[in-house]
Design a protein around this ligand. Structure first.
Ligand code: GLU
Length: 488
């Protein structure tokens, strides 16, 4: 699968642990990993946790868990180690400081003591007067003591880039060709708390970790000129840049965790999507199917045909109908025993079942799965469809609407069914069906729909259910008769 004509590439995904991981992190990981595999290179997971205000403690664990669940493993990372450890930026603080000192010494960066109040006021004035935006360089060329005599002084300075007037704003993107980005501001690179900002840390780490291709979302295009300046000032060779399109809602707005539950990666697992279906779905976002005849493709097939030139820069629409279709496809292609295992895993993961499920229940899922496999779209639906099998007879709630519509014959039907089944020798779905047909269709002269409707209602509590006779076989004679008696 490895393409020996291309040099082994080193790629990374660099999520910030600011909450439940975003689906975009999985999307980026998929494309990064594909190219790493294609070139026989490496895929690195780096945790960018320098923004302490937005740090969420559990987020890193969720990132690990969801990416592993999706089958997107990293070769190097905080939890697996690697030659460039540590892979968590908060553990690399000593690494960044010498780079900052060098930029200051070379005149490419300067201290800024402006308080946040002063900066807010400055921005307000700029907006009101519609004048040039960006930092006004009040601190540039001043010592601490000189600056201290002016208003809006803060004791702990930040460090800013001194962006020259002729800073280049265009660059060549692997996917997009020449890209023009806005002129950069005098970006803060070291914060008052001593932490580097993303912009400095990303450049230093991508360099030190030997990253050859920076693949990230298009929202970072405007930052790239700043990064290129830093590479140039530090005398470093910049990596190649590839900016992937942003994922969009059906109304074309950017997918955000605030507005769309599907922006949360964990949501897909909660809903019972299979990781292979979600991965296949992500493979098709802004990217053509590997094969004209089918959108279904494994990760290996995706890698085999992988090419940056195929990425479409128009933000792909996140179409859940397609994901549902793919999920149904993958569910149908699993062996029933494997699907049953996935359903049990899902029930345990969502804490609907205990961590060590009752083996009798697990066995019942395995026997019932063939009844619902063809019609399931998500794993979560399995339990909904099979719930009646796991409900105690006394707790079964019969749908009142369905009961009201059951018709005047319902009582008679249930009684006749009970008589026919009580003495049944062998409790198999064939025998149950034969006995009920004889008693209800032939005996009472009812059409099958009217004959079996009340029985279905008694057994499952609903007038839509998995195949009735098979369901009764699974439920067993005793429960079936108890449920019929309850409705009679
Ligand atoms: N930490 C950035 C993020 O959260 C990474 C951006 C990049 O890949 O350079 O998306």
């Amino acid at each position: 699968m490895t393409d020996s004509t291309i040099l082994p590439a080193r790629l990374r995904v660099a999520p910030s642990p600011t909450g439940d991981p975003h689906v975009g992190t999985a999307y980026m990981s998929l494309f990064n990993l594909a190219y790493a595999r294609k070139t026989g290179g490496a895929f690195v997971l780096r945790i960018e946790d320098t923004d302490r205000a937005r740090y969420v403690a559990d987020s890193e664990r969720q990132i690990f868990q969801t990416l592993r669940w999706l089958g997107l493993p990293w070769d190097e990372g905080p939890d697996v180690g690697g030659p460039y450890a540590p892979y968590r930026q908060s553990e690399r603080l000593d690494t960044y400081r010498p780079f900052v000192d060098r930029l200051i010494a070379d005149g490419h960066a300067y201290y800024c003591w402006c308080s946040s109040e002063r900066l807010a006021e400055m921005r307000e004035t700029q907006a009101r007067e519609k004048s040039a935006t960006g930092y006004d360089r009040l601190c540039l060329g001043r010592t601490r003591d000189e600056r201290a005599t002016l208003p809006g002084f803060s004791e702990t300075p930040v460090v800013r880039m001194l962006v020259p007037e002729d800073a280049p704003t265009s660059f060549v993107d692997v996917i997009r060709g020449t890209v023009n980005a806005p002129f950069p501001d005098d970006q803060v690179i070291l914060k008052a708390d001593g932490f580097p900002t993303y912009h400095l840390a990303v450049v230093v780490d991508d360099h030190l970790m030997g990253i050859t291709h920076v693949v990230r979302g298009e929202e970072w295009i405007s930052s790239t000129p700043k990064h290129l300046l830093l590479y140039r000032w530090l005398g470093l060779e910049p990596p190649a840049f590839a900016h992937m399109p942003l994922l969009r809602n059906t109304d074309k707005s950017k997918i955000s965790k605030r507005k769309n539950p599907a922006a949360r990666l964990t949501w897909f697992r909660e809903q019972g999507y299979l990781p292979e279906a979600l991965r296949n779905f992500l493979q098709l976002l802004a990217y053509p199917p590997a094969d004209d005849a089918s959108e279904v493709a494994s990760f290996d097939e995706f890698v085999a045909h992988f090419d940056w030139q195929k990425v479409n820069t128009v933000g792909p629409i996140f179409d859940l109908d397609k994901l549902n279709w793919l999920n149904g496809h993958y569910i149908r292609s699993l062996a029933p025993a494997e699907l049953a295992e996935r359903v049990v895993e899902h029930l345990v993961w969502t804490e609907q079942w205990p961590a060590d499920p009752d083996p009798v229940h697990a066995e019942l899922v395995a026997r019932a799965i063939p009844l619902v496999q063809e019609r399931m779209v998500t794993l979560a639906e399995a339990l909904a469809k099979l719930d009646f099998l796991f409900t105690a007879d006394a707790d079964l709630v019969v749908d009142p609407d369905a009961l009201a519509k059951a018709g005047p014959d319902a009582g008679r039907v249930v009684e006749a069914a009970t008589d026919a089944l009580a003495s049944l020798g062998e409790w198999t779905h064939e025998a149950i069906e034969a006995a009920l047909r004889a008693a209800l269709v032939d005996g009472l002269g009812l059409k099958p729909r009217f004959a079996f409707g009340p029985v279905r209602l008694a057994i499952t509590g609903s007038n839509v259910s998995p195949p009735l006779f098979e369901s009764m076989e699974l439920l067993g004679r005793e429960s079936s008769l108890a449920r019929l008696a309850a409705l009679a």
